[in-house]
Design a protein around this ligand. Sequence first.
Ligand SMILES: [Zn+2]
Length: 124
Amino acid sequence: MANKKKWLKKDLDSFKNLISSKISIAEDELEESKKIADQMLDSSQTNAIYSSHMADASGDHVELEKAYYMISRTKKYLNYLNKALTMIQEGTFGICVACNQLIPKARLEEVPHTTKCVACKEDR
Ligand SMILES: [Zn+2]
């Protein structure tokens, strides 16, 4: 553990910016998915009153499930991004927990919350 690798401050700052912008995009998507789910909920209740076709109702149900799935997926993604921001603060961001090397930038841009480099991830 003699010389532990570290990111430069400017690199961390640019990662922070990147992650923050990913967070705001994901938050917009979350709002959008919630709106879609609400609208579907409204229209499916209306359909339930005015339509006696069970097939239509179950079709709506599938769409609604999809919307809820998107919501939970986006929430999970937001959690990961926030975790990455915490890791930046704690100084553990972008450093492989297995080999202590810096994780390549390209991989961090793709998966900011990752804790292992590709080699260590595959080697287990
Ligand atoms: Zn590694």
